[in-house]
Design a protein. Structure first.
Length: 485
């Protein structure tokens, strides 16, 4: 029934709205470290059991409600006319030469990539903005843009005051979105058949605020901005993105991956603009207020602790893990390890979990020491990698890849886990983000879940009304936690 409605409102969209957008395919879904599946032997059942699944489901239910009447901040949907929004034109290269006028207080204007690179440094950047998540690592946003994944065009939006000061900034992406993305694989098969009969019936071009390479929507503000000022600047960002969508005939507008910390200034703005809200994949966070590895292990259940220590004893002497600042000469092997892990994941997120072959090396080069790679070798054979981003008092286990023919036999997932924990403990880092997916296992290993949300709006009002009705029923978190039940 729901997919019949989807097909109907997609038809309405094409009948009554202007078409356009990027021809590539993609999903507004996961972006984080892709976790391996099928690597756990019989002894690992205590690390991946029904209790953990129930724990994950309860965690999801705690943030599954959205009180319609609640106000979390000052909503200023009509920002003052002196605020201007600047959006870079989309291009796969560094050249952006076309500029065109957009009505009211927004305008297109090419901005050099180097200025964007400087702006992501919250302490020494040209604009002095504070960014959440991976974007807080100096240089990460620009480095990720240079290695944008296939199927995406990446740009940015900047809000300036009348005096020319930058008040807010965010990456912007363009791709295409499949309406059946958050459905289980078994339900996608008849939809794929429908699409063969009626091409394009379940795919819409989308223009999104955020980045496909980040777990959090990287909207940066001045540190001194109040809640109301952030709401006002965010409203200006949406004005610019919505005007760009109208200019390009893109019907679906998205804000990818807001967390609870953003609700105080974002919720009222999004609600006023009639955005639908869809549960995205939560982020697994491991708090590390520990002085040693043994202290961390002591917080785990006795069965998990015994199993983890047994695996370390069995495999630690056979696997050599080294910390590196470059992977020159290994780019091809790293890319193959990532693709092998990606092909073994439980859920399909399309282009949103794809990486360009040179992604890891470009990140290492672009963040000026703000990232490291842990390489695991067995008898000289590269068997795993883990890309770690290092911010202020926080680290991000950003990407992982493994050779499956060796991973299960040598407990590579658990060896990498402990190696990343040691990396943080040695540097006094107290917060470690393990990204999205594989929640039951991560919960057993001490993580907690922080919710994440995708907000989106269709430019055709009847279609948007249907989307707002359907969105709560098909969250991405439900896919990861075992279906829609």
């Amino acid at each position: 029934m729901e997919m019949a409605i989807n097909a109907i409102f997609n038809y309405i969209s094409k009948r009554f709205a202007v078409e356009g957008g990027c021809p590539h395919g993609g999903h507004i879904g996961a972006r984080g470290n892709i976790e391996p599946s099928g690597l756990y032997d019989g002894d690992a059942n205590d690390l991946n059991d029904r209790h953990a699944i129930a724990h994950a489901a309860r965690a999801r239910n705690r943030y599954d409600s959205f009180p319609a009447g609640a106000e979390f901040g000052t909503c200023i949907s009509n920002a003052p006319p002196e605020a201007k929004v600047t959006l870079r034109t989309f291009s796969h290269g560094a050249e952006r030469t076309r500029a065109s006028a957009v009505p009211v207080r927004t305008q297109w204007d090419p901005i050099a990539l180097e200025r964007y690179s400087a702006s992501v440094n919250p302490s020494w950047g040209e604009y002095g903005l504070e960014f959440p998540g991976q974007a807080s690592v100096p240089g990460f946003c620009a480095a990720a843009e240079r290695a944008s994944p296939p199927g995406f065009q990446i740009s940015s939006a900047i809000v300036r005051t009348e005096e020319g000061d930058v008040a807010a900034m965010s990456p912007v992406f363009r791709t295409s979105y499949r309406l059946d993305t958050s459905l289980p694989v078994i339900l996608r098969r008849p939809i794929a058949l429908l699409e063969r009969i009626v091409p394009g019936v379940v795919t819409l071009p989308v223009l999104g605020l955020g980045s496909p390479m980040m777990d959090r929507c990287a909207v940066g503000f001045r540190a001194s901005s109040s809640t109301s000022e952030r709401a006002e600047a965010f409203s200006c960002l949406l004005d610019g993105v919505e005007a760009a969508a109208q200019d390009t005939g893109t019907n679906l507008i998205a804000v990818k991956d807001f967390g609870d910390r953003e609700r105080c200034w974002a919720d009222s703005v999004l609600r006023t603009r009639r955005y639908a809200r869809l549960a995205s994949l939560p982020i697994a966070v491991l708090d590390l207020p520990f002085a040693s590895e043994d202290e961390y292990l002591s917080t785990l259940s006795s069965s998990v602790r015994r199993s983890l220590r047994r695996k370390l004893r069995q495999s630690a002497s056979l696997v050599q893990i080294t910390e590196c600042s470059t992977i020159t000469g290994l780019e091809g092997e790293i890319a193959r390890l990532y693709e092998e892990t990606r092909s073994n994941r439980k859920a399909d997120y399309g282009d949103f979990d794809a990486l360009s072959p040179d992604y890891v090396q470009k990140i290492l080069e672009g963040v000026n020491g703000g990232a490291k790679v842990l390489l695991g070798r067995i008898n000289g054979v590269l068997a795993s990698f883990a890309l770690i981003l290092v911010g202020a008092n926080c680290a991000f286990a950003h990407q992982i890849g493994m050779r499956y023919s060796l991973a299960r036999e040598h407990n590579l997932y658990f060896l990498n886990w402990i190696a990343v924990v040691r990396f943080c403990l040695d540097r006094g880092i107290r917060r470690l983000e393990f990204g999205q997916t594989s929640y039951p296992l991560k919960l057993r290993l001490g993580c907690r879940l922080e919710p994440s949300w995708i907000h989106f709006r269709h430019r055709t009002a009847p279609v948007n009304a249907v989307l707002r009705y359907l969105a709560p029923k098909f969250g991405f978190d439900r896919v990861e936690l075992g279906g829609l039940a």
